[in-house]
Unconditional design. Structure first.
Length: 80
């Protein structure tokens, strides 16, 4: 019942022209048409501008812990 937005971004030259809002709406519409009624996304805690943008579109913050582990050496560090 849950869909995700992953790393939404609008090129700086095209920001503040309604594109970000339109992209979110397209994602929400697609999910709704497929019977999915909840959208989720992750935003870094320090990215307050992104959080403000999503709040403006009606999203709320959840108290969730995201967990992560490096299971290999990052490609950029291999061979060092
Ligand atoms: C945040 C981002 C997606 C917004 O896209 P955008 O195309 O510039 O925003 P829009 O023009 O569609 O704005 C839509 C509405 O949100 C509002 N808004 C835009 N940025 C906002 C912000 N930082 N805080 C509050 N409101 C914001 C606009 O005023 C507009 O309001 P309105 O519909 O009432 O007139 C864009 O600035 C961006 O790509 N930022 C950097 C990307 C990034 O950090 N990605 C990491 C993903 S976790």
């Amino acid at each position: 019942h849950r869909g995700w937005i992953y790393y939404l971004s609008v090129a700086p030259s095209h920001q503040k022209t309604g594109l970000g809002k339109k992209l979110v709406a397209i994602g929400e519409d697609w999910l709704r048409e497929h019977g999915v009624w909840r959208m989720q996304l992750m935003v870094r805690s320090e990215n307050s501008a992104m959080q403000d943008f999503y709040r403006h579109l009606g999203y709320r913050a959840l108290d969730v812990t995201v967990m992560q582990k490096d299971i290999d050496i990052p490609p950029a560090d291999r061979g060092r």
